[in-house]
Design a protein around this ligand. Structure first.
Ligand SMILES: [Zn+2]
Length: 255
């Protein structure tokens, strides 16, 4: 490598990582942006999320992964998508099969805007309270419905083999089954608890406070929650001000 190339390489390396992503955001040069993509190989990924499991994703300090559960839902998911688009932020949506089946255009919009479409069962039962065969059937029903709505047809193995247990109600036997099937399990590192009654302002403040304490991580939100949709634009602005950087998780190989 000649000296000029070396200097160029060092210069690029020294740029703030979010610089390029934000500069590429149409109509919003000061956008939060998406700093980087993290490819997840389920075969190499034990369940992640420190609220439930001993480990999390390999994230640097102040890196965050935004996740939205239980949608898609008309109105709230649209507002969430609009806020993410405005800031050029990519997130992961753990969809319910019954909601994707009822709102296929919205499921397709999530995919079309570059987000990761992941799985969260068909109708949100607590899977550790039923026989394992029924639990697996519920997981598979959800995957088939989400994939049929999103891609137009159900696949065989999930195109995105990412799963989150409703209510985090996992069991060792189900975790073993999902591991054997090459499906990565996601918990979360922090949340504001947007399923509880609170104002959008309180939700935003609580989330920022918990992010400060945790230093980053996998953030759990719900795109079916009006208060989350309401506070998201300001939350994303504040994340930018506080130098958090967004990481987009994707499956290591397209299936
Ligand atoms: Zn849920």
């Amino acid at each position: 490598m000649n000296r000029n190339l070396l200097v160029l390489g060092l210069t690029l390396f020294a740029l703030p990582p979010s610089h390029a992503a934000a500069a590429d955001c149409p109509g919003n040069p000061g956008a939060l942006g998406t700093e980087r993509v993290l490819a997840i190989d389920p075969a190499q990924t034990a369940p992640v999320g420190r609220k439930q499991f001993p480990r999390t994703l390999p994230l640097a300090p102040k890196e965050i992964v935004l996740t939205f559960d239980d949608g898609p839902w008309p109105g709230t998911t649209d507002r969430v998508l609009n806020a993410l688009k405005h800031e050029c932020v990519r997130a992961t949506f753990f969809m319910l099969g019954r909601n994707a089946a009822a709102h296929p255009a919205l499921a397709k919009r999530v995919l079309a805007e570059g987000h990761t479409v992941a799985h969260h069962t068909y109708k949100h039962p607590l899977l550790n309270r039923m026989p394992i065969e029924r639990a697996e059937a519920e997981i598979d029903h959800g995957i088939a419905a989400v994939e049929a709505a999103t891609y137009g047809e159900p696949g065989g193995p999930p195109r995105t083999p990412f799963f989150r247990f409703p209510g985090f109600a996992s069991s060792p036997a189900l975790l073993d089954r999902l591991k054997a099937r090459g499906i990565a399990v996601f918990g979360a590192d922090l949340w504001a608890g947007d399923w509880n009654p609170m104002s959008p302002q309180h939700e935003r403040a609580l989330l920022l406070q918990r992010l400060t304490k945790a230093g980053g991580g996998i953030v759990l939100l719900h795109d079916i929650q009006p208060k989350t949709a309401a506070m998201l634009p300001e939350l994303l602005r504040e994340l930018k001000h506080r130098d958090y950087r967004v990481v987009h998780i994707v499956p290591a190989e397209a299936r």
